[in-house]
Each structure stands twice: as C-alpha cells, then as structure tokens.
Design a protein around this ligand. Structure first.
Ligand SMILES: *Cc1c(COP(=O)(O)O)cnc(C)c1O
Length: 383
C-alpha cells in the first residue's frame, strides 16, 4: 500500500475544485445520531402530501417487470408529457430527475475553455455540473438585499457576464434557495438579449407553485421563439415523486437529439416511468398540493411575523428566513427539537438564513413552536 499518491491531484482539475452537493439530512440519520423520534423533515422541498395514490399504485404494479430494462425511449411517458404540454415528442428529453438534464446540457455544450453563467445564490447543481466537465463557472452578482426580489437573479449582471466563451446560462425560476422569481416580461427580454448561440436553461422545478406569483409565467411558451432555450421540469416537487428520480427537458428537437447522445441508457427506471405517467394524469392531486402549499405558506408567514422574523419573497414551496448570526446554532437547536431544515450558508452564501420547506399544518406548527423557543433563548436573532 502506498500513501504517497495524491488521488486528488490525479482527478481532473474541475473535480479537484468541486464541492459536493449537500443534501438535506435524512430522518433516519437524525434518529440514529440523536436518538429522537417524531421527526419532521422540512429540508428538501418535498411534497408533504406525498405522491398521488394513483402514481404509487402504478409504480407498484410496474414492479412485476423489474427483471426487464425500462423502455429506453420512455414511449408512454414521452407521449403523456407531449400531450400535457401540447409539445413535439421529439423535443422531450427524459432525465433521472431534472438534475440529470442539467448534467446532460453540461456534457453536450460545456467543457474546458467554455463558460457557464449563473447567479450567486442560485441552485447548487449549476456549479457542480459545470466544474465536472472542466468548464468555468462565471457567477453573476445577485440583486441587492433592498431589491423587491432580494438576492434574486440580476439579469443585467448576468447579461454582462456573458462573453464569447459562454455556452450555457442557467436560470432558476423561481430560484432555490431564495424563492425569488422573474416576471414573464423580464425573462423574455433577457432571453431575447442573450446571443442566439448560447444555450439558456430555464429550470422550472417549482413551476406548479409559482403560477400565482405576481408577473410569473411558465416559460414553455417561449420555446417556439427561442431555439436556444431548454426548459427543465421535475416530478420531484409538486408531483411528490422525489424518491423515484424523474424529470424532463423541453427544447428544439435538435437540442434534444444532442442531449440524448449523452443521456445514460435506461436513466429513468420502470417504476419512475409508470408513476410519472399516472402522476401527470392526476391533476387533482397537484391542485390539492398547490392549495395546501398556499394556505400553509400564508399561515407560516403569519407565525414568523408574530415572532418578529423576516423572510425572502417566495414563489416556491419553501421560505428562506433570516435567523441571525447564529444560524448554525438555530439549525442545531431545530434538529434537537426534531425539525430538519436546510442551512444555506456555505455554497449558497446566505449565512444568516435558513430555508424551511412548507409542510403539513402540524409540521409547520412544530417548526414555529421550536423557533419560538429558540427566539426566547436568544439563539434566533430578530433583525
Ligand atoms: C429540487 C430542484 C430541482 C429538481 O431536482 P430533481 O433532480 O428533479 O429532483 C431542480 N432545480 C432546482 C432549482 C431545485 O430546487
């Protein structure tokens, strides 16, 4: 055994610099580490109602075919998505979650000497996908704190960050972890202003929740006008299928063909395909999930306000809340009280904030009660 080899030095340069994605803490891990039960997880923006029962039944029924490879072209799911969007099936690319789409775009269009532009405080997968293929991340300054969309995407700064080396721009609308959003007019003007040979990825992971946000409009209607646009969607959030890993991209057939060249074969499993078809068909479950989110978002905000806390405006199913300098202690204090939330210091660079996913009424009540205790102890600091 030799300990003289530094494998880190052997890794490609981008991987040496890469900080791995930090997922929300799993419930079982907190049970093991702290020996507590009755834990609520409000850390990963999952649907607190769970998946549609129809989707679960479809996934279960599909398990009899587990010995077979999935349909590599996902015929039934592709048709269902095409129908849902009234969109050409040839422009649909299936992913193992929408993260997979972000990586496919990076593999197809990025590489050494090429740049990807995204905003500070944007989704953590953009730098990972960029660095993993040896390309250069270019981080645009965000909106200032006193902007109506604090810490959100500053589109003028993003446009100014585009150079002749830029091949991809990543936009999240709404953005995670901030919750901030872009209006239809801002988005359209920006995409029209981006050079036509730069691929714009519009990540709409929270689109179902965002419909009611002032000025918001989903972006698939822009695909006809902008052949350099890729819209990504997921079944992980409002559809409640995070554990099955399924998402998709909408684009021109030409871009979809390129993405499919780098897509791993059989990247969407049999139960994931079956569940996604059933989930798309259960509009009532999505509508119910969105209604619950709106009602609980309003109630959580009332509770936070009563505690003297402030948060960033959100069009998603989560809130980025200012808890003060001791956010690490607040996070820890919430864990000890059985509530898992998401720290957004570190890579997200919002060290005085924590992100709370909107849960069921009793879960949000538990969060508020724990926050009140921590505020009364002076751990949560009210600005
Ligand atoms: C959760 C999330 C995704 C979705 O990831 P999946 O791979 O589809 O589970 C994509 N983008 C953003 C901004 C997210 O928050």
């Amino acid at each position: 055994m030799s300990n003289t080899i530094s494998f880190c030095e052997l890794a490609v340069a981008g991987v040496q610099r890469l900080q791995p994605y930090q997922p929300g803490k799993p419930i079982e891990e907190l049970e093991r580490e702290y020996g507590i039960t009755d834990i609520v997880k409000l850390a990963s923006n999952e649907n607190p109602l769970g998946a549609s029962p129809k989707a679960i039944a479809a996934a279960q029924a599909s398990l009899a075919s587990t010995h077979l490879y999935p349909d590599g072209n996902a015929f039934a799911l592709r048709q269902a998505i095409a129908k849902h969007h009234d969109f050409d099936p040839a422009g649909i690319t299936l992913g193992s979650g929408s993260n997979d789409l972000l990586e496919m775009v990076a593999r197809a269009f990025l590489g050494p000497g090429r740049e990807a532009v995204f905003s500070e405080h944007a989704f953590a997968v953009y730098p990972i996908a960029t660095l993993a293929v040896g390309a250069t991340p270019v981080v645009a300054a965000p909106n200032p704190k006193d902007h109506p969309q604090p810490y959100g995407h500053d589109l003028a700064a993003m446009r100014a960050a585009i150079t002749e080396r830029t091949r991809v721009v990543f936009l999240a609308n709404p953005n995670n972890p901030t919750g901030t959003w872009l209006t239809a007019a801002e988005l359209e003007a920006f995409i029209a202003d981006v050079p036509a040979d730069v691929v714009v990825v519009l990540d709409e992971a929270y689109v179902e929740y965002a419909a009611a946000a002032p000025g918001y409009q989903e972006g698939s209607g822009l695909l006809r006008r902008f052949p350099n646009l890729v819209v990504t969607r997921t079944f992980s959030k409002a559809y409640g299928l995070a554990g099955l890993r399924v998402g998709y991209g909408l684009s021109s057939p030409e871009i979809a063909d390129l993405l499919n060249r780098v897509r791993m074969p059989f990247n969407v499993s049999i139960p994931a395909q079956a569940a996604a078809v059933a989930a798309l068909g259960d509009r009532e479950h999505v509508a119910e999930s969105v209604r619950l989110n709106a009602a609980e978002m309003a109630r959580l905000q009332d509770g936070l306000k009563a505690l003297g806390l402030r948060w960033l405006p959100s069009a998603g199913n989560f809130l980025c809340v200012e808890v003060g300098e001791r956010s690490a202690d607040v996070y820890e204090g919430l864990l000890r009280r059985g509530v898992i939330v998401r720290p957004v210091g570190g890579g997200y660079k919002l060290p005085t904030y924590l992100r709370f996913s909107i849960g069921l009424p009793r879960e949000n009540d538990k969060l508020l009660a724990a926050l009140k205790e921590l505020r009364d102890l002076g751990v949560v600091q009210v600005s």
